[in-house]
Design a protein. Structure first.
Length: 104
């Protein structure tokens, strides 16, 4: 199982609109073969000196059975439409594909 962490950096004041688009998209993604979870999270606003602040970001936490499933997800028609719909609101997307370390 792969874990995907994606930071979607949006233009100031546009986070709610992008979150609404993700909320609409989520049930379709959860029906995709190989999708274990698909969740949007936002920055918890707290004044802690060691905390990173990202008030204009959305963080996606996703679990996929394999890289093949993730690639199919990225190429799905509904994802193409989603990216097209939010492209004017998005500044940058950072995607991390993570796995548990293998035992030595």
């Amino acid at each position: 199982m792969l874990t995907v962490l994606a930071e979607i950096c949006v233009k100031p004041g546009r986070r709610k609109a992008v979150l609404a688009a993700i909320e609409t998209l989520t049930p379709t993604v959860l029906q995709e073969e190989g999708c274990g979870s698909y969740q949007a999270l936002v920055d918890h606003q707290a004044q802690i000196p060691w905390k990173q602040n990202s008030p204009d970001s959305i963080f996606m936490v996703e679990h996929w059975e394999s890289l093949r499933h993730l690639e199919r997800h990225q190429q799905a028609d509904h994802m193409e439409r989603h990216r097209s719909a939010i492209k004017e609101d998005v500044v940058e997307v950072k995607i991390f594909i993570l796995e548990q370390p293998k035992a030595h």
